[in-house]
Design a protein around this ligand. Structure first.
Ligand code: ADP
Ligand code: NI
Length: 212
């Protein structure tokens, strides 16, 4: 990590997520940081803005920190204490607000698009498969149930309330993410990861049926 502000931000997030195992742990943030940096460099975005937003993207998450979700108080006070300009703080907090999948919104800046793409990429591919099953285990979900069909067209309320299986989650969310990528760089990465997940699910079902 090339500059001091980035290093300090990383240390802040690492400490904050020390006891977090929900799938939004420090290593999720670190992967998003690395992927977002790669996308930002390829797309010609402002790398430092992307890196700060990537590092701080979950510190005011709706689930992890509902009391600061609306005003992004954690990110804001950290950046303020580290002498970041107010307009820059606003820009970073706007990116963080725009990137959540559930909000289904397209970020208004190239930097926001890079961070949203990196966050979504972390839900697919080999890491995405592992995160999905870890999440399912954490929430007492079945891996798979042959009689529970996926519902890929759920409304937001249905999606939030849904208690579906983890294999269904691939159809309900993960296989949709590739088409939702904003940047060409992320689309290319997503295509490879998506193909890998499809092979995995096909193999899983073949084994389940005793075919392999
Ligand atoms: P984010 O906050 O990054 O948009 P979520 O909190 O929705 O993501 O999900 C975090 C991780 O848990 C992702 O990898 C996602 O695929 C996985 N996950 C979320 N919901 C489910 C689910 N119903 N079944 C399996 N995995 C899930
Ligand atoms: Ni995230």
């Amino acid at each position: 990590m090339q500059n001091e502000l980035i290093a300090r931000t990383a240390a802040y997030v690492k400490e904050k997520f020390e006891n977090e195992y929900s799938g939004h742990d420090w290593f999720h943030t670190l992967r998003v940081f690395r992927t977002a940096t790669r996308i930002a460099e390829a797309e010609g975005a402002d790398v430092e803005t992307v890196q700060l937003a990537a590092l701080l993207h979950d510190v005011d998450d709706r689930k992890l920190s509902p009391e600061t979700y609306a005003d992004k108080a954690n990110a804001r006070s950290f950046l303020f204490a580290n002498n970041v300009d107010e307009s820059r703080i606003d820009e970073i907090c706007r990116i963080i607000g725009e990137i959540s999948f559930a909000e289904n919104c397209v970020p208004s800046t190239l930097e926001g698009k890079c961070v949203q793409d990196a966050d979504r990429l972390d839900a697919i591919g080999a890491v995405g498969i592992a995160r999905a099953f870890a999440y399912g285990g954490n929430h007492n979900r079945l891996m798979y149930h042959p009689d529970i069909a996926p519902n890929p067209n759920m409304s937001r309320e249905e999606y939030v309330k849904s208690n579906s299986t983890t294999v269904n989650h691939f159809h309900e969310k993960l296989f949709k993410l590739t088409d939702m990528m904003n940047t060409d760089t992320a689309k290319a990465i997503a295509k490879e990861r998506d193909a890998y997940m499809k092979v995995f699910i096909a193999e899983f079902l073949d084994e389940w049926e005793g075919k392999k």
